[in-house]
Design a protein around this ligand. Structure first.
Ligand SMILES: NC(=O)c1ccc[n+]([C@@H]2O[C@H](COP(=O)([O-])OP(=O)(O)OC[C@H]3O[C@@H](n4cnc5c(N)ncnc54)[C@H](OP(=O)(O)O)[C@@H]3O)[C@@H](O)[C@H]2O)c1
Length: 248
């Protein structure tokens, strides 16, 4: 039986295990999906050695960058983003594995925000400068949007939260939250923005999916903005993983 799984640390309740277990049952696919909680990225190689039926892995925090030197090849997209969250495993006749790295967050976000984009959405603010924001900026560029990072600290030409004015928000009509601010259990927190400058011309996207509506999205919705959370992105990146594992 083909095996798939998730590496990361700590893992706790994983969306991916539930998603794939349900998908396999629903579609009669003879495969299983397991969590491999590994503290050190190097342990990826042990997981692959000990599980000869493994065909693919997802990779989450904190190993998305650290596994990159362990892989035999990395897609151009994942290389440019600097993070791998999908590993395809191929084996030769002797069972020796080849590990290929990809990034499915780009496709997940791009396909999730695309239907909401209108002509008035030309420039985006990307809140947070962690691993996820790199994939989001890559996707925004693919979609033809200009973007600027917003960080708690000043590096390069990003904005800091203190610098954001109503005038800046008038120009940047797409705002993507790639910070953990507002995530359960801190549901009473929201990124520090001049919310009074948000209106129906704005599109607010939050990568967070728990809670369903963060305070960031709620404030935007109350001011007439179009809003979307990160659940569909999560589902789409999982489906993209499946496509990658099963493509030649
Ligand atoms: N829906 C999906 O499919 C999906 C996929 C990936 C990630 N996510 C979610 O996206 C979020 C970001 O993921 P990540 O891996 O990039 O996380 P991360 O690396 O832990 O953090 C992202 C950035 O957020 C900013 N930040 C952190 N704590 C903050 C605070 N207290 N106040 C303000 N800013 C803060 C930091 O940027 P600065 O230091 O520059 O301010 C940090 O680099 C998480 O909530 C994650 O669950 C969702």
């Amino acid at each position: 039986m083909n095996k798939y799984g998730l590496i990361g640390y700590p893992l706790g309740h994983s969306f991916s295990k539930r998603f794939f277990t349900e998908k396999f049952a629903r579609e009669g696919i003879d495969a299983c999906y397991d969590n491999y909680e590994i503290e050190d990225a190097q342990m990826l190689l042990d997981v692959v050695r000990q599980n000869p039926e493994l065909r693919g892995l997802n990779c989450t925090i904190p190993h998305k960058q650290a596994i990159m030197p362990l892989l035999d090849s990395i897609s151009q997209e994942a290389r440019e983003i600097g993070a791998v969250n999908v590993i395809r495993i191929r084996r030769n006749e002797t069972g020796a594995p080849t590990l290929e790295g990809f990034n499915s967050d780009v496709v997940g976000f791009r396909e999730s925000i695309k239907p909401l984009l209108e002509h008035k959405h030309r420039k985006a603010l990307v809140l947070g400068t962690g691993g996820a924001s790199k994939a989001i900026c890559y996707a925004l560029t693919q979609l033809g949007l200009e973007w600027k990072l917003v960080s708690r600290s000043k590096r390069g030409d990003n904005f800091t939260y203190d610098e954001l004015t109503a005038d800046i928000l008038r120009q940047y009509t797409v705002i993507v939250n790639c910070s953990p601010v507002g995530m359960h259990p801190h549901t009473d927190e929201a990124p520090q923005l001049p919310y009074e400058a948000i209106g129906p011309q704005h599109l607010l996207f939050d990568l967070i999916y728990n809670p369903t509506e963060t305070l960031f999205l709620k404030r935007g919705r109350e001011r007439g903005a179009v809003t979307k959370n990160g659940l569909e992105m999560l589902e789409l990146q999982a489906l993209e993983s499946w496509r990658i594992w099963n493509s030649t």
